[in-house]
Design a protein around this ligand. Sequence first.
Ligand code: UD2
Length: 264
Amino acid sequence: MVEGDICDPAALAGAMQGVKHVFHEAALVSVTVSVEHPLDNDSINIRGTLNVLQAAREAGVKRVVLATSAAVYGNNPELPKRETMLPEPESPYALGKLAGEYYMKLYSHLYGLEAVSLRYFNVFGPRQDGKSMYSGVISRFADDIRQGRAPTIFGDGGQTRDFVFVKDVVQANLLAMKTDSVGKGEIFNVATGRQITLLKLWEILKGISGSDLKPGFKEARIGDIRHSVADISRIRKDLGYEPKFSMEEGLSALMDGLGKERTR
Ligand code: UD2
């Protein structure tokens, strides 16, 4: 594992000496921040990824696995989301992730660096920050329950997402790194293929925690996507990935906190 500032190519190249496998998970992670600060998004998510790839090339790294995002699909209403769909980035963040995917392909084709991109859907798990306004809904709901504070649902709660537990994301990363038949810049959805409404999510969390809090409803967020679910047949077929955690198991692990999760 390499730890280094992705905006500092020299430091990265030094840190990668002797390294064969790189998981590139670092990013400016918020769509909203990327809209407010597009130049920062460019430096971190586009130039930063290029720095990682160039350093990897110079250091003789065998393979890079990149975390990208379902954000690249944008608001195309077609469901489920397939990797063959035309990307429709609608934020600097989404555009940056898409550029990263293309750079991965280029570095594989031009320089022989093995590369695999993973498009994460809505990832959740222990230790996620639930306190920021940019936090994912599950970590916010979990934090609300811990604080005894009523959660806020934006819209009617009928919107759906494909929530994937972090250990399944780890599984996808390890398979992407180990599978010999890929490495040419392929792109894979990382999700479960399950679609769940926010109302149902809240019901499950309530059941697990025994909370009797009642959600407050507010106007839907501007630009919010109504439905999102992945087709995961490509990652199943090419990497042998199979999500192992149900929503209930993942949420129980989240509420229990680190250390008490079931391991698989
Ligand atoms: C996720 C990513 C975003 C981008 C996008 C691409 C997170 C935090 N966000 O946005 O960066 O990649 O996918 O499609 O991973 N909600 C509530 N109450 C809350 C918080 C959220 O009702 O306290 C709603 C929100 O309006 C949305 C749903 O919950 O309808 C999911 O929100 P989210 O921010 O967890 O994730 P998403 O899919 O909007």
